[in-house]
Design a protein around this ligand. Structure first.
Ligand code: GLN
Length: 303
């Protein structure tokens, strides 16, 4: 077996050899103009080492990867009460789909589709100002990554707000079924800012250590919650591409439309990958391939 550093270099070179990078998210103007031909991969191991290749210190918009942190914060605050408002089943639909919400009376399938993440953010607000809920999520991210150097990009949040008709529709639909405590604009404003957190792959891999239960990780998420979040990541973390991701990669993962993917090899490694172009599911195109190459080369799998 090659040392991990060589594997990462090979993956980096292989990604640059292929010419299909996918397309950056077009519906958020601030993300649409990001050049797709960029790549970074970071791997934190159980012994505390963090190995990297590519543009690992370049911050990118973590988008839906933030749903993992918001879920962890919400479970930490209200625990199982969340599940009275959100399910734990894969949706088989795209991340911004409205179709199941009508059939299932405003109870989103899981906390990783947009509707479920909006309800989770609404639950995290629980009587507080958006600023306080955001500070809690950002504070958790910073504690997990052991750095204060993680910020929200207000331009990205504003850009998404300006074009976020689909998410507005979802929020109003949730409200019509009594599954939103706050005004849709207030909850969505909080959600858009949470999605606009920027991190480097190095920081994201460091943040994932608590979910991987690595020994060197700060203990900010309970073991029980880490297990549950990993289960949801493998079943729902890539929306209607979750089955394919589990088949190709064999590990829990969470994607975002900024092109980032957080992948967890329980007790073995926390992995962050970023190339901004997306596949037709809205998951990172080259990132999914890179994750598959990594698990193929290392043999890491939960199966
Ligand atoms: N902020 C994005 C949205 O709500 C997040 C979606 C994603 O990353 N899949 O559309």
């Amino acid at each position: 077996m090659l040392p991990i550093e060589c594997i990462l270099r090979d993956i980096h070179d292989e990604v640059f050899r292929q010419d299909d990078w996918g397309v950056p998210a077009q519906y958020i103007p601030e993300l649409a103009t990001v050049s797709p031909e960029q790549f970074a991969i970071s791997v934190c191991l159980a012994d505390g080492q963090c190995l990297t290749a590519g543009a690992v210190d370049k911050p990118f918009s973590i988008q839906s990867v933030s749903k993992v942190f918001a879920l962890a914060a919400t479970l930490g605050r209200i625990g199982d009460q969340l599940w009275s408002r959100v399910g734990r089943e894969p949706s088989g639909t795209s991340f911004d789909s409205v179709v199941l919400l009508e059939r299932e009376k405003g109870r989103p399938r899981n906390p990783f589709v947009n509707a479920g993440a909006i309800v989770t953010t609404d639950a995290l607000l629980s009587g507080r100002e958006p600023k306080q809920a955001l500070a809690e999520t950002l504070g958790l991210v910073r504690a997990m990554a052991e750095t204060e150097d993680v910020f929200i990009n207000a331009n990205v949040a504003a850009s998404e707000k300006a074009t976020g008709a689909r998410n507005k529709a979802l929020a109003h639909y949730l409200q019509s079924h009594g599954n939103l405590q706050y005004d849709p604009d207030l909850t969505l404003g909080t959600y858009f800012h949470q999605c606009a957190i920027e991190m480097t792959t190095r920081q994201l891999a460091l943040a994932g250590r608590s979910l991987a239960r690595l020994e060197a990780a700060p203990s900010v998420i309970s073991r029980a919650h880490a297990r549950r979040i990993n289960a949801l990541m493998i079943t729902c973390g890539h929306y209607d591409g979750s089955g394919e991701f589990a088949y190709q990669v064999g590990l829990p993962g969470k994607s975002g439309v900024g092109g980032g993917i957080l992948v967890i090899a329980p007790r073995v490694a926390s992995i962050a990958i970023w190339p901004p172009g997306l596949n037709h599911y809205g998951n990172s195109h080259a990132g999914t391939r890179a994750a598959a190459m990594l698990t193929q080369a290392t043999g890491w799998s939960v199966f």
